[in-house]
Write a protein that binds this ligand. Structure first.
Ligand SMILES: C[S@@+](CC[C@H](N)C(=O)[O-])C[C@H]1O[C@@H](n2cnc3c(N)ncnc32)[C@H](O)[C@@H]1O
Length: 233
């Protein structure tokens, strides 16, 4: 995408939770540990995608880097892409602590990352795509499509909402988060729906299809947590 568009969405200055703040980064892994095991999740995603030595993978919205580190441990060439320099710094430190090389870190996002190698085998994005409004999600998916090899795969996991009982399911989700992590996770979940851009699954289905993906597997847990495995047509 041309970077000089004056009307381009500023993904470096997004609304919602401020992951650019070092204090947010400091509490990220411990607060998420209250409702998910990021390392076990990462291993499951890598198994699902069948990532092996020599594969190239882009991790969009890499956060504190757990997925990127696990992918690099398998011998993949990993591109960890995030708009937050504080997150990238934490991910680099984690890679150092775990003794893995093979990750290249890029301060960029879905709309601004320019690939440094030809085409990759897989793109993974976990709890990050909702930071873009829907129009820009469509633009981003077309960019991701161009970054993948023919038959390459996109794995997406995020808050993606089924239409039936949407309001009830959101309320149940917020309660569940509160039970798991008290006020911090309740406020985190409330802010998510109030300020950020999670969308309906039927919108996501359409955006993916129009970008040139086939949905090979899709699951929406509790009507709220969506997992998509897609293949580039
Ligand atoms: C909730 S965290 C998810 C981190 C990690 N993927 C995980 O599973 O824990 C969202 C991450 O997406 C990043 N992010 C937000 N907008 C982005 C964009 N437009 N492009 C790339 N990353 C973005 C944030 O800086 C943050 O690190």
């Amino acid at each position: 995408m041309q970077s000089h568009l004056s009307w381009q969405y500023d993904e470096f200055n997004a609304v919602g939770r401020d992951y650019g703040s070092p204090s947010e980064v400091d509490v990220y892994d411990s607060s998420h540990a209250d409702f998910r095991d990021i390392k076990a999740e990462s291993i499951r995603v890598l198994d699902t995608l069948g990532i092996k030595r020599g594969d190239a993978v882009i991790d969009f919205g890499s956060g504190t880097g757990t997925f990127s580190v696990e992918a690099a441990k398998r011998g993949a060439r990993v591109y960890a892409v995030d708009v937050s320099e504080a997150m990238l710094a934490r991910a680099k430190a984690k890679a150092g602590e775990e003794g893995v090389s093979g990750i290249r870190f890029h301060h960029a996002g879905f709309l601004t990352y320019e690939p440094t190698e030809d085409l990759v085998d897989a793109v993974v994005t976990i709890y990050s795509f909702h930071h873009l409004p829907d129009f820009w999600k469509g633009i981003a998916l077309k960019r991701i499509h161009r970054m993948l090899k023919p038959g390459g795969r996109l794995y997406m996991h995020d808050v993606i909402i089924e239409e039936p009982c949407a309001l009830e399911n959101v309320a149940l989700f917020i309660n569940k988060q509160e039970k798991a992590g008290g006020d911090f996770l309740r406020e985190d979940a409330e802010g998510h729906f109030r300020d950020e851009f999670s969308t309906y699954d039927w919108v996501m289905d359409g955006l993916l299809a129009r970008a040139g993906f086939s949905i090979t597997d899709k699951h929406i847990e509790g009507g709220i947590l969506g997992t998509y495995l897609c293949t580039k047509n």
